[in-house]
Design a protein around this ligand. Structure first.
Ligand SMILES: [Zn+2]
Length: 185
């Protein structure tokens, strides 16, 4: 092929690429219509490193606080210091310390409709900050026994809250995380 031929072929190829990108940009939108009903949180990771799904135990509804409240969470047993990772993609919304939960993290899912709550942490990941985006599987902190956890049975207390539009981090409706973690769709 001559030098002119190569130049023409190159120009045609670039034109084709340009045309393709224009078609893609102006093509029909595939953005799904938002639904009011909360979508199920599919494909959640077990938020403690090294714990297989089969090892999880459903502790939803168990009595806590000498029978004064029900457990609306899952407890994932692990040695102190085991890495706690994000169950799904999202953003750190609130780092909070409470009497019962100890050192905690509220993470909002990427679609805004779910809060993942991690409690009884030993520590946060060194650079963790409110507003920080996190990937599924990213280390958020370490398992501990802060708050009212039994120091002899360190674990991650993990909750999933379905959020209505506009609800702040301390609201939402708790759902049982067990099936979401043990049998992800
Ligand atoms: Zn718990």
């Amino acid at each position: 092929m001559t030098r002119t031929g190569v130049a023409i072929a190159l120009a045609l190829a670039l034109a084709a690429i340009g045309l393709a990108s224009i078609v893609r940009i102006t093509g029909p939108s595939r953005v799904p219509t938002p639904s009011v009903a909360a979508a199920p949180a599919v494909g959640l990771l077990v938020p403690v490193v090294g714990v297989p799904r089969a090892a999880l135990r459903d502790s939803w509804g168990e009595a806590r606080g000498d029978g004064t409240r029900l457990h609306h969470a899952i407890d994932i047993m692990a040695p102190i210091g085991t890495a706690v990772v994000a169950a799904g993609e999202g953003r750190v919304e609130k780092l909070f310390t409470s009497d019962l939960g100890g050192l905690t993290i509220y993470e909002r899912s990427a679609d805004g409709r779910t809060i993942y709550y991690y409690a009884h942490l030993d520590r946060y990941a060194p650079t963790l900050a409110e507003g920080q985006p996190v990937r599924a599987g990213q280390t958020l902190g370490a398992v501990g026994a802060s708050g009212d956890a039994d120091p002899g049975a360190p674990h991650l207390h993990f909750e999933v809250h379905r959020m209505a539009p506009g609800q702040p981090w301390w609201q939402g409706a708790e759902v049982n995380p067990y099936s979401l973690l043990a049998h992800p769709a």
